[in-house]
Design a binder for this molecule. Structure first.
Ligand SMILES: Cc1cc2nc3c(=O)[nH]c(=O)nc-3n(C[C@H](O)[C@H](O)[C@H](O)COP(=O)(O)O)c2cc1C
Length: 183
């Protein structure tokens, strides 16, 4: 049976580098895993009064997508050394639902940045959040794609062979990791 991975992308913009990396990974994984884009663009800012009177439809929809997935993946930039606000907001929404959707799920992070460190610091903040929501992050291999703009062509295709190879190895390791946690 094919593995289902729910992906959360940390950037909404059309030409997002992280979106490009997600699309590459999604194509690469075909046949082994189905990557679903768990959108959250329309989430309101977290408000506990709104939560108490019934979370928005979009929030419940993503929660259901996460629950029915075998694993979760994050493709995200780093904002000011941390997790982008909208992504953190989406995680906050999930964290307050009954039958908390992230609980016990295998998870992995890929970050990309035009800078030299590839969004590494965001990854460790996301892992810290994962402790509380009980995501089981795979430790290795870590993928932080630096100078990502040089690794995509004008159409946004990933053309850097070493990065392609890193991603292939990552998928291989993550599928094993998911199997181990499920078994
Ligand atoms: C508010 C903001 C904060 C940023 N902070 C960082 C940062 O801390 N580290 C980093 O490597 N890049 C930082 N950047 C640059 C992003 O990595 C860059 O804009 C990247 O292209 C965003 O990802 P995307 O292409 O997927 O939209 C920041 C960008 C924005 C808009």
């Amino acid at each position: 049976l094919k593995v289902k991975i729910l992906a959360m992308i940390g950037s909404f913009r059309e030409n997002s580098h992280n979106k490009r990396i997600f699309h590459y990974y999604q194509e690469m994984a075909k046949g082994q895993a189905e990557l679903i884009d768990g959108g959250y663009e329309d989430f309101p800012h977290y408000d506990d009064d709104v939560r108490a009177s019934g979370p928005p439809e979009a929030v419940l929809r993503l929660a259901e997508q996460i629950r029915s997935a075998d694993a979760v993946m994050f493709f995200s930039p780093e904002y000011n050394y941390s997790v982008p606000g909208p992504l953190k907001n989406a995680i906050d929404w999930m964290s307050k639902l009954p039958d908390q959707p992230f609980a016990g799920k295998p998870a992995a992070i890929i970050s990309a940045s035009p800078g030299r460190f590839g969004g590494a610091k965001m990854q460790y903040h996301l892992r810290q959040i994962g402790v509380f929501v009980d995501l089981h992050f795979m430790n290795k291999p870590e993928i932080m794609i630096s100078e990502v703009h040089k690794k995509l062509d004008a159409e946004g295709n990933l053309i850097d062979a070493p990065t392609q190879e890193f991603l292939r190895k990552h998928l291989e390791a993550f599928l094993k990791f998911i199997q181990r946690l499920e078994g």
